[in-house]
Design a protein around this ligand. Sequence first.
Ligand SMILES: [Fe+2]
Length: 294
Amino acid sequence: MQDYAHITVEPASRNCGAFISGVDLKSDIGDAAVREIHAALMRHQVVFFRGQDVTPAEQAAFARRFGPLRQARRAAFETRDDVPEVSIIINDKDRPPNIDHFHSDGMFRAKPEFASVLKAEQPAPLGGDTIFVSLTAAWKGLSPTMQAALGDKTAIYDFMRLHSSPEKARNWEGPGREGMIKTRDENPPIEHPLAPRHPVTGEQLIYFSESFTATIMGVSKFESESLHLFLTRHCAKPEFQYRLNWRPGTIAFWDNRSSLHYAVADYWPATRIMHRLTIEADAIGASLVRQAAE
Ligand SMILES: [Fe+2]
């Protein structure tokens, strides 16, 4: 067991997620607490904080402790001028929820982003949970035969696998259209290992999502499509999940390299407003890997 001196960590479920308490993210938390939060994130794939009444600028200051932030682009989500790294995910009567599919943010990029920090600004009055999946637990849950078959495979990841679907049509209309075209053009289909080792923990995982994994290489088209269906069902097993109920001020901080998430779309026509930040690179993880190599 890992000991924490500056935070309290309680696992949320057997295989995925942990709640962290004992820190006020509004204040300037010390380096030791930051390192412990990072350690808990590496261990549980996603960590949650309750009752954090932070402004977008404070949320960004917290996230920046873990690495450089990506500038948000007006595409699928809205942005704000005062904190340009914040994406505003707003769903209401006129904008029905449409993120009810398992994915990890940036899986379609050549360099997928490290992490996302999402805050419930105005959670749905009822429903609107987010389901998280541990991809290390999903890998361990495969039979040795399937692990042997998939362990050395690569796959093609494609932004358009998801975004060419009818559910996403409205993202291509109106003010987000230009950003969607840019994101598509900057991210042609890309090949990644299907079962990589996590760059910090070394744990093997299945790097798969129904949304962005397009083709599994080294097998026939029919085999790839069948494996896609199988892995979609496998990665959706409740044993690998934690389902988070949002409250005002709840923050989820997840590692996009080792987890999936799914925004449950059961609250329409109610309003749900979330603030998301994207951490591009894992600065603490990179320094841990460097230290281990020395
Ligand atoms: Fe997402």
